[in-house]
Design a protein around this ligand. Structure first.
Ligand code: SAM
Length: 248
């Protein structure tokens, strides 16, 4: 059963109230599988918060906060992620969108990205982020229509998106035990909603059975390799990107 949460309306804007009502049917309160989280509809945005966090201080997707200076820092193609995606790649499927942290960077770097997310709660937050991105003329121009978000299970949706250059997979992976008892806030929120991606192997197989030239898997450095035949591995400080060809 899909995770549920409490829906709260903190706006009188009719369009926003209507959006909250629709959300209530899809992800709203239920006694079973309740995340204990609240989804708040404010005038400006939709945020996810713990019940003890003040309204307005929750987490929401804000693509305008991404550092967009071309070629510098965030958007440099010298980083391990774009290197793994490939210099000759134009089209990418991000089969595990999450909060689109990677997908937005790839889209702003100029890749044409379709980001797929199966959690209706996460998808709702992503669409809220896209709604506000469209209202930000500079951001929208920088995005160049390079980011499309789809809700559904990528294992099925890949069937209809077989002809892309690269497929990117970043499944949830258990955090390594460390001094801090809690992982960073947004990752913790995400894992409260989606849990662990126990079917990551079958998503990987589905990706390798498309016509994509490469399948890229992001793994924490402490995790075992997804398979034993990566063509190349690009290493970052905490994660690595394993690049695979088609099914052997
Ligand atoms: C670790 S997060 C991805 C984080 C993302 N790369 C980012 O930068 O924000 C994994 C996400 O993939 C989603 N996911 C896992 N398997 C999926 C599948 N088969 N189809 C669609 N979404 C999937 C999970 O619901 C979760 O939101």
């Amino acid at each position: 059963m899909e995770p549920r949460l409490k829906i709260e309306v903190n706006t009188t804007d009719e369009t926003r109230v209507a959006q909250a009502k629709r959300a209530l049917h899809v992800v709203g309160t239920g006694s079973e599988n309740h995340t204990g989280l609240v989804l708040s509809f404010l005038d400006s945005h939709t945020e996810l918060r713990r019940p003890d966090t003040k309204v307005g201080n929750g987490f929401f997707i804000d693509f305008s906060k991404v550092d967009r200076r071309q070629g510098a820092g965030n958007l440099s193609k010298k980083q391990p992620l774009p290197k793994a995606i490939g210099a000759t790649t134009h089209t990418v499927i991000d089969a595990t969108a999450g909060f689109c942290g990677d997908a937005i960077l790839l889209a702003l770097m100029g890749f044409k990205v379709v980001a797929i997310e199966r959690s209706p709660i996460v998808s709702l937050l992503l669409h809220d982020g896209m709604r506000r991105a469209k209202e930000d003329a500079d951001l929208w121009a920088a995005l160049h229509n390079n980011l499309t978000i789809l809700e559904g299970d990528a294992k099925q949706l890949l069937e209809t998106h077989k002809n892309v250059d690269s497929i990117y997979i970043d499944p949830m992976f258990p955090q390594k035990k460390k001094k801090s008892p809690l992982p960073p806030g947004r990752i913790q929120l995400l894992s409260q909603i989606v849990g662990h991606d126990l079917d990551a192997d079958s998503l990987f197989c589905a990706a390798r059975n498309t016509n994509a030239k490469r399948v890229i898997v992001k793994r924490p450095n402490h995790a075992p390799q997804m398979a034993d035949d990566p063509v190349v591995v690009h290493k970052g400080k905490q994660v690595r990107y394993e690049v695979y060809g088609l099914a052997p």
